[in-house]
Design a binder for this molecule. Structure first.
Ligand code: NAG
Length: 359
């Protein structure tokens, strides 16, 4: 016969795991249950306002008055409000309303006068899925910094207003620490006491600082360096040796950084933008009054397209030799185009190109 020991053990560990997950899910559920509950009570209040003028014909007779006052507290009005509490697609909302229909009746007929705040009565005190503002968790513990100013007004308290969460602060940008009273790197403390902190941004030159100017840096940001007055100043990366940009680029310095830009195509090396900032000219260009200018190879004294029926076409930095009109290239020669069937489209356009670089 098999011993029951291992099976019991397995069962036990299953239960443990289940309980463990249940605890995690329950904690998260409490936050979302509270937001569902808040949505319901918000919609209840909206429904209450919406139905306030209903069943009121606009007249002002005694009969109308009586009818209105009867409707005000009627079951009919309650049902009309309850019908509009949830989107039909919201499962959690509809379930919460269905499971607690009797509670709404109780409040409507018996508690409303003494406890006019439905959210407080329903979500916080009765269902216990929410807590008062500034408190969190099973016992509605006050957030760090107190419920009036959770996280000292510089962050969000985890689970604030719900029965879930752990009360930890997520600090606003610029603030850090459990209490959100410390300043993040890049910020300095402009004002501080035990309950209040104001962190201001450092000068753009500083990584860390204790004041607002570039002289108040504790450490310079990357791309900045300390000068002889102990201020952080921009590093001119472009003046560095070796130069930071590639051969055919020029360098542009900027605050805290630099960039490399490609030289004009007329240049072979340059000190800036444009064909007048070349160190020397590219092939096919020559210096004309301080600016690298395209050479018109076609008008050089020596003919560059020397073959018969060939023409020269200049372009930027170079030229091409093409066959003259009525001729096309065949085996490296420009031959007269055959007068073929005129309806037939020629295979290639006349004057097929022949770049001199390929020759
Ligand atoms: C802390 O500083 C704030 C802002 O200056 C002030 O309102 C508050 O009274 C101060 N609290 C204490 C305990 O000094």
């Amino acid at each position: 016969m098999l011993s029951a020991g291992p099976q019991q053990l397995r069962l036990l560990s299953c239960v443990t795991i289940l309980l463990f997950f249940h605890a995690i899910v329950a904690k998260k559920d409490l936050k979302s249950a509270c937001s569902t509950c808040r949505q319901i009570t918000d919609n209840f209040n909206k429904g209450f306002d919406r139905t306030a003028k209903q069943n009121f014909g606009g007249g002002n007779t005694a009969w109308e008055e009586r009818k209105l006052s009867k409707y005000e507290t009627s079951e009919i009005r309650l049902v009309e409000i309850l019908e509009e509490l949830c989107e039909s697609s919201s499962f959690d909302c509809n379930r919460m309303v269905e499971e607690n229909e009797e509670l709404f009746e109780t409040w409507w007929f018996k508690r409303k006068t003494k406890n006019p705040d439905l959210h407080k009565w329903f979500c916080i005190e009765t269902l216990k899925v929410c807590c008062p503002k500034g408190t969190f968790g099973a016992d509605c513990t006050a957030c760090v910094g107190g419920s009036e100013k959770p996280c000292h007004g510089r962050g969000v308290c985890d689970g604030d207003g719900t029965r879930g969460g752990n009360g930890k602060c997520s600090c606003d940008h610029g603030y850090k620490g459990d209490l959100c009273l410390d300043c993040m790197d890049g910020f300095f403390s402009a004002e501080r006491n035990d309950t209040f902190s104001l962190c201001s941004e450092c000068h753009t030159a500083c990584k860390t600082c204790d004041g607002p100017t570039s002289q108040d840096c504790d450490e310079c940001k990357e791309g900045w360096e300390e000068d002889d007055q102990e201020a952080c100043v921009d590093v001119n990366e472009c003046a560095k040796d070796p130069p930071p940009c590639k051969e055919n680029q020029y360098c542009l310095n900027s605050e805290g950084s630099y960039s490399c830009k490609t030289c004009d195509k007329a240049c072979s090396g340059c000190s800036g933008a444009g064909s007048d900032k070349c160190r020397s000219c590219s092939d096919g260009y020559r210096d004309v009054e301080g600016s690298c200018t395209d050479v018109d190879e076609c008008s050089e004294s020596e003919a560059v397209c020397a073959r018969e029926h060939q023409e020269c076409v200049n372009n930027h930095g170079s030229y091409t030799c093409v066959c003259s009109a009525g001729f096309h290239e065949q085996d490296g020669e420009c031959v007269q185009a055959q007068q073929q069937d005129p309806t037939e489209e020629p295979g290639s356009p006349e004057g097929s190109e022949n770049s001199h670089e390929e020759l």
